[in-house]
Structures are given as C-alpha cells and as structure tokens.
Design a protein around this ligand. Structure first.
Ligand SMILES: Nc1nc2c(ncn2[C@@H]2O[C@H](COP(=O)(O)OP(=O)(O)O)[C@@H](O)[C@H]2O)c(=O)[nH]1
Ligand SMILES: [Mg+2]
Length: 195
C-alpha cells in the first residue's frame, strides 16, 4: 500500500456520531502511551497527522482518518491509564466495545504492544476478547529501536507465547526508525484486499 493521502475526518465521542460506513476500516488499539499515534504517523508518512504526546491519556474520542480516499484508519482511545477516573475509563471502554462489535466494515484491529515489556493483562484481555468475537487483529510490537536485534527476537517470542500466536502473525516495528512499517503497510493492504 502506497499512501498518497491521509486526512483527519472527525473525532467520535458517542456511537451516534460515527461516520457512515462508506469505507473499510482499520482500527488501532493499545495501552495509553504505547506509541500508537507515533506509529500511525510513521505508517502514513505524515509527521503530525495524529497528535502525539509525552503526557499519556490524552486521546479520548475515536479519531477517524481517511487514507487514500478509500479506507479509514481509526485511532482508538488508549486504555489502561491510571490517572483517569474509573467512571471515565468505563465510558471509553463501553464506547470502544460497542464500536468494535457494531462496525461491519472493520477489517482489522492493529493491537500495538510495547516490545520491551512482558505482556500486560489489558493487552491480553483485549486480544482474548477479539479472538472470542472473531474480530481479526494483528499485533504490532513497537519501540523495537530500544532493543538490540537479539533482544527483539527474544522479547517477540515471549510475547507470541503469551498471546498464543504464531510469529508469522505479528509485526515488529518502530515509529522512530520505521522498522517493520513497510511490512505493516503491506499487511494492511492485504487484509483489506479491495483497496
Ligand atoms: N523509542 C521510541 N519511542 C517511541 C516510539 N513510538 C512512540 N514513542 C514515544 O512514546 C511516547 C508516546 O507516544 P504516542 O505516539 O503519543 O503514544 P500513544 O499514547 O500510544 O498514542 C512519546 O514520547 C513518543 O515519542 C518508538 O517506536 N520508539
Ligand atoms: Mg495517541
């Protein structure tokens, strides 16, 4: 997939605000501060398409971006940020859950996970739930630039084992070096084979 256009469309805070399902969608999920926005920017080649922040927990709505006038990228609110009230967290969770269940044109959920650390319970809960709901997902292990090649392989196999997936079904990547981004783009194009 060559990305020739990427534009912010809208920020959704309630299901009724969702745009018409005119295009297939790829959603990006991950813990707050995992590097989701940075990776989306790197993937689209737009430095500031998605706002990044060193202060976690800032993205609240579902942010829609129209890519190549043919597919939506959806930036989901980061989960697991402690400094947000329980009530507010529950609100997001409900929005995300309903979104994932209702969206017919959802082709794939890219689940972004920090390659440096052991799998967190919330990541596991999300992927278990996606599996159970039969929603296709692709884990992307990011921040690979922080590790040596050997450590990358070692950590990736531990995460594979913890997720119960085959190494073929995930990508190791970095928003800083762009490692794995071409492969990720290719997989996204493959998974939404109509565009
Ligand atoms: N070294 C490194 N840092 C990254 C990478 N991706 C994101 N970051 C940093 O991680 C922090 C959170 O990034 P951001 O994209 O805003 O995370 P989000 O909350 O998941 O959207 C920022 O300080 C980024 O500069 C990466 O691939 N490598
Ligand atoms: Mg973000």
């Amino acid at each position: 997939m060559r990305i020739h256009s990427a534009d912010f469309l809208t920020s959704v805070h309630a299901l009724r605000q969702l745009p018409a399902p005119d295009y297939p969608e790829i959603a990006f999920a991950g813990r707050s501060n995992v590097g989701k926005s940075s990776l989306m920017n790197r993937l689209t080649g737009r430095k500031n398409l998605v706002k990044t922040s060193s202060r976690p927990g800032k993205t609240r709505g579902l942010n829609y971006f129209l890519i190549n006038e043919s597919v939506y990228f959806v930036d989901l609110p980061g989960y697991g940020f402690a400094r947000v009230s329980k009530k507010e967290q529950a609100g997001w969770q409900e929005l995300i859950t309903e979104y994932l269940l209702q969206r017919k044109f959802l082709h794939l959920v890219v689940v972004i996970i920090d390659l440096r650390h052991p799998l967190k319970k919330m990541d596991r809960d999300l992927t278990d739930w996606l599996q159970y709901q039969e929603i296709p997902f692709l884990p992307a292990y990011t921040k690979a630039d922080k590790l040596s090649k050997n450590k990358q392989i070692q950590h990736a196999s531990s995460l594979d084992a913890a997720l119960g997936i085959n190494g073929k079904n995930r990508v190791i990547c970095s928003a800083v070096t762009g490692q794995g981004c071409e492969e990720l783009r290719r997989r996204l194009a493959f998974d939404a084979d109509s565009w």
